[in-house]
Design a protein around this ligand. Structure first.
Ligand SMILES: Cc1cc2nc3c(=O)[nH]c(=O)nc-3n(C[C@H](O)[C@H](O)[C@H](O)COP(=O)(O)OP(=O)(O)OC[C@H]3O[C@@H](n4cnc5c(N)ncnc54)[C@H](O)[C@@H]3O)c2cc1C
Length: 614
């Protein structure tokens, strides 16, 4: 074949090993079922023993995810500081690095496997009316399983953080941290907004299908400009910017921890789950943590600080288990209470409508051969394996929003879908009736899917504990679409209408795009495609998008819901901070990887400034 004439060859054995590894991974993901780990007993005696043998560090960081990996790497730049990074998940593998595998990763232990409580106004097409909420459990955290789209949100979002009493977090304040973290490999870019040479490699997808061109052309017909959504303007359409490097996933673990690998003052412990923070009742000081590693209990002591970076679902869980949270809730579970804060309240998750699928008649120009796809991926970082399948994204403002014209309330994601479709929906857990009515007829086709996401839900939820057993998942009640004036619901409906406009453009007609006309089970009494149909379908097909925030909200003491202050310190507790998506005080105009990375970078700066001054 013509590949043999390329400058170097890859040993067949290596290609075979890669193939086997990925095949094993797929087989595993197709059969894996998340189950709750419920056995937990720590004898008083074990804890006393562990405390006696406790190792001492300057800083203990809980969670080696998006922000935790960044924070650990930055703090370890100070050679005198000894840092312990505890991560519940495992390191990444060859298979997790393949961008195309991202959806299957949700069906593995690299995801915590959480689900919501039954919902009233959404998720009705899912088993037991519960929505799945994936969240990463790995070194690199959710950047090791996400769809890799790098989004920052809108400048106005950060100005709102600051307006709430969080000085130091307005757009002008955070932009330098964005530039510090970026190694932006897309051209041309405006130097005012991007940077080349930071740790986090960013690039456009190495592989886009013909659908991208048609989507961009359709957008033009709809007067939407082609923009850099992380640049000056956010309203418009773009190809995504990805946290990948030469076509391979580039998590924060790879970007930040690998460069710190040789520093002996940073100890990284994967497969180590923190059970609680040890806080002195007397002095209200965080003194260390208790964690589980290979079935054994350990205690680690922090001379300076404990920083929680366990994500917006697990950070509140750890705080509550440590007695930081609503007094009544802790006492009910016999958890010794230390600080009365609204931990877990103000849960914000962006909901998405997933019921817009389009068939097309155009033939795929590229033909695929598995061997060559693998070779292309391994050797050149090109080809279909390098793509999460997100061909374009658009940020739009509907007429429901009263915000400025530059502030989007809706995000549209354009995803290419290869048949068969079952694998891609199995993680979402639709009921057989809902799957069969809507997606089964598409099984033999390739499709374009448009996901409609609400940027600024008014509805808020809560994260709570079932029990004081730290191995049980938390209770997650998002209360999607529950706001009294139904603004969330009407905005999603307006977003669906905007998405449907794409299918009427010449650019889409050229490739024979047609909406999947199979209605969802439960909406049979409405005529498909009418307003009444979409109104009905929303209840069944609005699910959780993976952006979770706000559960340890940043704000001054006067803010009823604030858990941390603008320096990320937990109110009323010494030497304890939170540095992850939990602290984000307002809903963002986009996904959360960018904001969370900035929180990691800025947290490091704040901590260094404070401790190096002493
Ligand atoms: C499937 C999926 C796709 C997504 N796609 C995108 C996207 O394309 N673009 C985007 O911007 N955002 C996306 N997101 C969201 C985004 O990735 C997350 O919001 C963000 O990465 C969260 O960062 P974090 O630091 O708060 O938490 P995480 O990155 O999740 O890190 C938390 C870490 O703490 C660890 N941890 C938790 N509890 C404990 C404990 N008790 N002890 C020790 N360690 C613990 C976890 O295992 C994890 O590694 C996606 C999310 C998911 C789940």
């Amino acid at each position: 074949s013509h590949y043999d004439t390329w400058p170097f060859t890859l040993a067949d054995k290596y290609i075979e090993e890669f193939k086997t590894n990925v095949e094993e991974f797929k087989k595993f993901a197709h059969t894996y079922q998340h189950h709750e780990e419920i056995k937990y007993e720590v004898e008083e005696q074990d804890l006393t023993e562990a405390t006696k043998n406790a190792a001492h560090y300057d800083f203990i960081i809980v969670g080696g995810g998006t922000s935790g990996a960044i924070l650990a790497s930055r703090l370890s730049e100070i050679p005198e500081w000894k840092i312990l990074l505890l991560e519940a998940g495992a390191p990444e593998t060859i298979a997790t690095k393949v961008p195309k595998n991202w959806e299957l990763l949700k069906n593995t232990p690299y995801n915590w496997g959480y689900v919501t409580t039954p919902q009233n106004y959404s998720c009705l097409g899912m088993v037991d009316h519960k929505c799945v909420i994936p969240t990463g459990r790995a070194l690199g955290g959710t950047t090791s399983i996400n769809s890799m789209v790098y989004t920052r949100g809108n400048p106005r979002d950060y100005d709102l953080w600051s307006d709430l009493g969080n000085e130091g977090w307005c757009w002008a304040d955070v932009l330098p941290y964005y530039k510090k973290l970026e190694d932006a490999h897309f051209a041309p870019f405006d130097k005012k907004y991007h940077h080349f040479g930071g740790p986090q490699h960013l690039e456009h997808p190495q592989y886009l299908r013909f659908l991208t061109d048609h989507t961009l052309e359709a957008a033009k017909e709809l007067d939407l400009h082609l923009i850099d959504y992380n640049g000056k303007h956010q309203i418009g359409i773009s190809v995504p910017q990805l946290t990948s490097k030469c076509g391979k996933r580039f998590s924060t673990a790879e970007a930040y921890l690998e460069r710190a690998e040789k520093r002996d003052n940073l100890i990284v412990k994967p497969l180590s789950q923190v059970l609680k923070v040890l806080i002195s009742t007397h002095t209200k000081e965080a003194q260390g943590v208790v964690y589980l590693h290979e079935g054994k209990t350990f205690v680690a002591k922090a001379e300076k600080e404990v920083v929680l970076a366990a994500g917006a679902l697990n950070t509140p869980k750890i705080l509550l288990l440590s007695g930081v949270g609503p007094k009544e809730d802790c006492e009910k579970l016999h958890i010794h209470h230390v600080a009365d804060l609204k931990v877990g309240h103000n849960l914000k998750i962006r909901p998405s409508f997933v019921g817009l699928d389009f068939l097309y008649t155009a033939e795929e120009a590229q033909s695929h051969d598995e061997y060559h796809d693998i070779l292309k991926y391994l050797k050149y970082g090109k080809g279909p394996l390098t793509s999460p399948g997100i061909e374009a994204l658009a940020f739009l403002k509907t007429n429901i929003s009263k915000s400025p014209l530059t502030y989007p309330d809706i995000e549209l994601k354009f995803l290419s879908r290869y048949h068969p479709q079952q694998d891609l929906y199995s993680w979402m857990k639709p009921t057989p009736k809902h799957y069969d009515s809507l997606w089964k007829p598409l099984e033999a086709h390739n499709c374009l899917k448009i996901i409609v996401t609400l940027n600024h839900p008014k509805s808020s939820g809560i994260v709570k504990l079932h029990t004081s057993n730290p191995l049980r998942p938390p209770i997650i009640e998002p209360h999607f679409l529950s706001d009294e004036d139904e603004k969330d619901y009407h905005t999603i409906l307006a977003g669906i209408k905007k998405a449907l406009k794409f299918s009427h453009t010449e650019a889409f007609k050229k490739i024979g795009i047609k909406l999947n006309h199979h209605g969802v089970h439960g909406c049979e009494e409405t005529e498909f495609g009418t307003e009444a149909y979409w109104e009905c379908a929303i209840k069944y097909l609005v699910v959780a998008t993976e952006d979770v925030s706000g559960t340890a909200r940043m704000g001054p003491e006067s803010d009823h819901y604030a858990v941390v202050d603008k320096k990320l310190r937990v109110h009323g507790i010494h030497n304890l901070r939170v540095a992850d998506a939990s602290v984000i005080p307002v809903t963002m105009s986009g996904s959360l990887v960018g904001p969370t990375m900035v929180i990691g970078e800025k947290a490091a700066h704040i901590i260094m400034e404070e401790w190096l001054e002493h």
